[in-house]
Design a protein around this ligand. Structure first.
Ligand code: ADP
Ligand code: MG
Length: 740
């Protein structure tokens, strides 16, 4: 180990230093000319253009009608679609198809089948029926269901979601037709994450259309829109493979601070390293083929941290596209000898990674005046301004009333390291509106314009100027978990590795509830008010008073805010187990069952699945740490202390003062402490395994196991700074973060 040249860590450093950016050829047409992105965008999807070409006109129209009205496809349409799809797939070298769905693990799952069929004479042919397209039956027993069904009725169905485009996944030489699907149990319970998104979007649509009708806007359907900004780290594979903690848990469980961290802030928006750029280019090309509208890429705050963001889309499609983005990024990173870390906190003391969910509501079908409009766009005319204020206040009402539930929607063991760690939004859900909008609401509340007529008052308020003013100034509070950014909200507390599904589902539900409350209030006030404008003003004013507590413009990282939030009665749920209980609270159950988004069983199942995942993840971390300390860290420190001890003994026998005697004493002390903490960790892990219920386990993990790991880590990190560099087995922070 102490022969520098053959030390695995030093070899890794040499490997990394010698790496060159991978040459990536851009897509070319038949004549060898480089194609524009728009030439090949969506080429690996069976999109509407493709459908229109391949399907009889009548079938195509019936398909569009069915998807727009949310009706079931009839078998004739499904058969024709399946056939066209198969032909298209075969032309593109596809051999298998799969229903691609989101189990509650937070990732995606797929089961592949070939198109192969044997006819009555035993000859082979490719066939794909409407029934196969609409539904398939993968065994559900290995996916977490939170106890929703017992194994003997472990049947689950994957059913196509026709609103999300079918695509070809090309991995190596294998090509698979992937059919985005929901995954439901034999009894119709949602076993997956997508079903909740679709149901909550329907609830939101219904509520929003009702409110719009009250103010004379004719809308038939509304959808949530989403643009998730995805942060991630890249670490060279040569280092990654030497870190059992990164391999097993995606984060470093030990590791001392380098003297240079992100203090210099020289990485943010700096120039992207060439190797990374080559990776990004290739990943983006893949994503463009898959129809993912990737738009932005840049360096993030921490060294080796980056971000990618798409053009926003309907939330359901944007969520599928974010899953694809995470998968493609991870896969292509490996090709470039990087490991892509999506963990919320891969490195202690270095900024973690989030996934800002830019969210709004948009009218997908309605009269010419409203079709396509963004309901959180402040608009130009007084009518549009007032509509904006209604939907703004509805959002505030929903977030205020269901702050605990929204906190639960982003709860995970990884995100616990990030929330409230003075770098990410706190675990307290509050809303930031920005100076101008905040003042505007204060003016409305105080009735500043009561002498004016309503149209005049709206103009004076300056709602129309909001988007430009907000774009121009950097009035953007980075410390807020939920911030208004001109014409959308940014739910920033979502973790980088998380699926957007549950956060979006629960946000849709919370806002749907807020809209319903506003609509009810408005319907009442319209009965007695002299004009619609007067009624709207009155409703908005009431909502402003009611939601004051959730508005916070100050520094979300500060201690004062924690105290202030407590005074305001806002929930502060620090750990995942605490937060998750909000999913099953009486208030949440009433909301979710009332909107018919989840049944009580489905709600409880979401709670149980998440508690179990939390327990599993932290226990894996604990056990990985135990092994690393036992088999790597302590042995390195023992070896090194033996060398020092020999030196001390030699000095003593020569009758000399041993200057390293002091080093030895400190080493022994730290080793002793580390060993003591290791024993405590081992005891705790076996105690937790012995506990009966997952909830008990979670409570003990949060209260005892995590602090024990932190304390053991402190001693290990101290050892790292004491043991000779060529005796240290694990790649250090400075190497992983500053060499590439
Ligand atoms: P920034 O927030 O840095 O100003 P942008 O305004 O361009 O950047 O948006 C960031 C993300 O928000 C992008 O993914 C963008 O597509 C998305 N976004 C913009 N408008 C909406 C909207 N109406 N609904 C949902 N997402 C949106
Ligand atoms: Mg942003």
């Amino acid at each position: 180990m102490n022969h520098s040249g053959s030390h695995p860590r030093y070899q890794a450093m040499q490997t990394v230093s010698a790496r060159k950016p991978l040459r990536v050829d851009p897509p070319r047409d038949e004549n060898g000319n480089q194609m524009k992105i728009s030439d090949y965008f969506g080429s690996a999807t069976f999109n509407l253009k493709e459908m229109k070409q391949k399907l009889p006109n009548d079938i195509y129209k019936r398909f569009i009608l069915a998807t727009h009205s949310g009706k079931k496809l009839d078998l004739e349409v499904a058969n024709a679609l399946a056939h066209a799809m198969k032909e298209w797939a075969l032309e593109n070298g596809v051999t298998h198809y799969c229903h691609w769905f989101q189990p509650q693990t937070g990732t995606t799952a797929e089961k592949h089948d070939t198109f192969l069929t044997l006819d009555s004479t035993g000859s082979a042919l490719e066939r794909f029926s409407g029934a196969q397209l609409i539904q398939s039956e993968p065994d559900a027993s290995s996916f977490p269901s939170g106890g929703m069904r017992t194994t003997f009725e472990a049947r689950g169905y994957a059913a196509w979601d026709p609103t999300s485009p079918i695509f070809i996944a090309e991995i190596g030489s294998s090509r698979t037709l992937c059919i985005p699907s929901v995954f439901i149990s034999y009894h119709g319970d949602a076993l997956d994450e997508k079903t909740g998104v679709l149901r909550s979007n329907e609830a939101l649509s219904e509520s929003a259309c009702k409110l719009l009708r009250l103010i004379g806007d004719e809308a038939r359907s509304v959808t949530a829109t989403l643009g998730p900004e995805q942060e991630y780290f890249l670490i060279d594979r040569a280092f990654y493979t030497l870190r059992p903690d990164l391999i097993m848990s995606g984060r470093t469980l030990v590791g001392a601070h380098p003297p240079k961290g992100q203090q210099l802030e020289d990485h943010y928006f700096g120039s992207i390293p060439p190797r990374v750029l080559a990776f990004m280019g290739e990943a983006e090309t893949e994503l463009f083929k898959l129809g993912v509208p990737t738009k932005t890429r840049h360096n993030e705050v921490a060294p080796m941290q980056f971000e990618t963001a798409p053009i926003f889309e309907e939330a359901n499609v944007a969520i599928d596209h974010n899953h694809l983005t995470m998968e493609v990024l991870k896969r292509i990173a490996r090709k470039h000898d990087f490991e892509l870390l999506l963990h919320e906190k891969p490195f202690k003391g270095v900024n973690g990674s989030g996934k800002h969910n830019n969210w709004s509501m948009s009218v997908t079908s309605g009269s010419a005046e409203v079709e396509g409009i963004n309901l959180l766009d402040p608009g130009k005319t007084p009518h549009q301004n007032l509509r904006f204020l209604l939907f703004l206040m509805a959002t505030l009402k929903g977030v205020h009333k269901h702050a605990g539930l929204l906190r639960a929607s982003i709860a995970s063991s990884g995100n616990d390291h990030r929330l409230g760690a003075n770098e990410a939004p706190p675990a307290i859900i509050s809303v930031f509106l920005g100076n101008m909008l905040d003042n505007m609401l204060n003016e409305i509340e105080k009735d500043t314009h009561k002498d004016l007529n309503y149209a005049e008052a709206v103009i004076r308020l300056g709602v129309s100027r909001l988007p430009t003013v907000m774009k121009d100034n950097t009035d953007r509070n980075r410390t807020s978990p939920f911030a208004f950014t001109g014409n959308k909200f940014e739910f920033r507390a979502v973790g980088a590795s998380a699926s957007c599904s549950l956060p979006v589902t629960l946000l849709n539900c919370a806002v749907s509830d807020g809209i319903d409350a506003i609509a009810e209030d408005l319907a009442q006030k319209l009965k007695t008010a002299k004009s619609t404008e007067e009624a709207i003003f009155a409703v908005v004013k009431d909502a402003i008073r009611e939601t004051k507590a959730v508005r916070f413009e100050g520094n979300g990282y500060s201690e004062e805010w924690v105290r202030e939030a407590a005074k305001r009665g806002l929930p502060h749920l620090k750990t995942t187990p605490e937060a998750l209980h909000q999913i099953v609270s009486a208030e949440s159950v009433k909301l979710l069952t009332g909107l018919k988004v989840f049944s009580e069983d489905e709600i409880r199942s979401r709670f149980h699945v998440r508690i179990e995942i939390y327990n599993k993840k932290v226990l894996i971390e604990g056990e990985t740490m135990q092994t690393m300390v036992e088999t790597q860290i302590l042995p390195a420190a023992f070896q090194y202390s033996t060398i020092i001890a020999e030196g001390v003994a030699a000095a003593k026998s020569a009758g000399l003062q041993a200057p390293h005697a002091e080093v030895l004493t400190r080493l022994y002390q730290t080793l002793g402490s580390a060993q003591g903490e290791l024993k405590r960790l081992e005891r705790l892990i076996s105690q937790i395994h012995a506990l009966g219920s997952e909830e008990e386990k979670a409570a003990k993990i949060a209260a005892e196991l995590k602090p024990a790991m932190e304390s053991l880590r402190t001693h290990c990190d101290q050892l790292e700074t004491m043991v000779a560099d060529d005796h240290w087995p694990l790649p250090k922070y400075r190497e992983m973060l500053f060499l590439s």
